[in-house]
Design a binder for this molecule. Structure first.
Ligand SMILES: Cc1cc2nc3c(=O)[nH]c(=O)nc-3n(C[C@H](O)[C@H](O)[C@H](O)COP(=O)(O)OP(=O)(O)OC[C@H]3O[C@@H](n4cnc5c(N)ncnc54)[C@H](O)[C@@H]3O)c2cc1C
Length: 411
């Protein structure tokens, strides 16, 4: 639907420095940073917080070492290398964003390989990764890998794994009263005669026009619809389909690790997450999930069973419960469909007041917010928002954090 060039409505209007659209990590982090920097800002999202990529992520805050498997630090790993320390300051309560209520699931990630060992040994010994990776002696292996049949060398990365629901709840609590749920946002967007976007709200009571010096679209895959509604051609988006595997099994092994194969992407990435019934689920990504995107659920489950049996022949997964989660990663369009190296935030074409952002990784949300802040005009001292926020609060509900995707999954 293209709502471009609709005339501005003559009803009451509320004006903000910025209105963010999209309630995943990108929108929530940006909201927090903008509020702290003195901007009058609200966030609108069309469903519960985190639904989409953020809650489907594996929660790893990584310093990029997994991107260095080709043997040298590339641009992706250079950009991301500062992020773990940045997040750590936030988790300690001393950073740009207070994440002191966010839980960590793990303070490390393992990496092992039984096929490309020679290349890896020299790589891990190189200066580039010194201090960020330790070789794990056999006596200190985690319980899961304490078996004679385990082959290969094991390394420990300092990468953290966050409990993403607690991260979202932390950001929502920091920004209480500034986050609202509204359906059909794309259909409500229009452009005025000066080529500025605005939103028409006529849910209940008096119609209201929402105006902002800048609209910031951080709606993941939904950015494309928001841009199309305003007739914007750029920036274009690419979607990378994945099909993750969710495994509920009887072993008491919360585990976080990449098994390396011949590809640049880890052959298998395992993270472990709490489930509502008290179980821990293993969530499987990596090459298996990339290849799995073109498989049926049944084919991927069969491939996943085989993979786990090959990697852990001492375990029996025959009575484990497998299900799959198809999900797409939303990114700015790259040449040859490459993976973007960095977070992306740029103005939209064909409209005067819209910025569009994709963090491309949970880890890079701080980087995205920094890029957005650098592109904003200073806060407008003439804007007073207390009444505006009260008016909005009367019309719109506050979204909750969405459930983890595997709570709804059963094969
Ligand atoms: C399987 C998987 C595993 C991953 N693992 C990791 C990892 O371990 N570490 C890492 O760093 N990165 C990881 N990522 C990447 C990371 O999850 C994403 O880069 C990040 O979550 C994107 O956040 P976002 O806020 O831009 O988008 P999303 O999380 O998709 O949020 C967008 C939000 O916008 C809302 N929305 C959508 N359309 C509209 C609309 N029209 N109007 C209003 N609101 C709308 C949605 O409700 C949603 O809440 C992973 C991604 C996937 C898919």
């Amino acid at each position: 639907m293209n709502n471009a060039s609709a005339p501005a409505a003559s009803n009451s209007s509320l004006t903000f420095d910025a209105i963010i659209v999209g309630g995943g990590i990108a929108g929530l982090w940006t909201l927090d940073r903008l509020r702290t920097a003195g901007y009058k800002v609200v966030l609108l999202t069309d469903r519960a917080l985190g639904e989409g990529q953020t809650l489907a992520s594996q929660g790893m805050i990584h310093g990029g070492i997994k991107y260095t498997l080709s043997g040298a630090l590339n641009q992706a790993s250079e950009t991301i290398a500062d992020m773990p320390d940045y997040w750590q300051r936030c988790l300690n309560g001393t950073g740009d964003v207070d994440l002191s209520q966010t839980h960590c699931l793990s303070d490390h990630f393992y990496m092992w390989s039984n096929s490309t060992l020679g290349k890896l040994t020299s790589f891990f010994a190189s200066r580039a990764v010194r201090g960020r990776v330790d070789k794990v002696p056999a006596s200190e292996r985690p319980a899961l890998l304490q078996n004679r049949q385990f082959k290969g060398s094991l390394y420990r990365l300092v990468d953290r794994v966050l409990d993403v629901p607690s991260l979202l709840a932390n950001l929502a609590a920091n920004n209480q009263g500034h986050i609202y749920q509204l359906d059909q946002i794309a259909q409500r967007l229009h452009k005025d005669a000066t080529n500025n976007a605005y939103l028409k709200l006529n849910n209940t009571g008096e119609p209201i026009t929402l105006k902002a010096k800048r609209w910031i679209f951080t709606a993941g895959k939904g950015n494309a619809d928001l841009l199309a509604a305003l007739g914007c051609q750029q920036p274009a988006m690419q979607l990378r389909p994945l099909q993750q595997l969710v495994v509920r099994h009887r072993y008491p092994y919360p585990f976080y690790g990449h098994c390396l194969g011949a590809d640049k992407t880890p052959r298998l990435t395992i993270s472990s997450h709490p489930s509502n019934n008290g179980d821990t689920v293993w969530y499987l990504g990596g090459s298996l999930a990339e290849k799995g995107a073109s498989m049926s659920a049944a084919e991927l489950i069969a491939a996943g069973r085989l993979e786990l049996t090959e990697l852990f022949p001492w375990l029996d997964f025959s009575d484990a419960d497998f299900s799959t989660l198809p999900i797409e990663r939303a990114e700015p369009l790259q040449q040859n469909f490459a993976r973007p190296d960095n977070a992306f935030a740029k103005p939209a074409s064909d409209v005067a007041n819209v910025l569009v952002g994709w963090p491309t990784k949970l880890t890079l949300a701080p980087n995205l917010a920094n890029q957005i802040l650098a592109q904003l005009p200073k806060p407008d001292t003439a804007i007073a928002t207390n009444n505006a926020i009260n008016d909005l609060a009367q019309q719109l509900p506050t979204p909750v954090v969405a459930p983890l995707p595997w709570e709804a999954l059963r094969d």
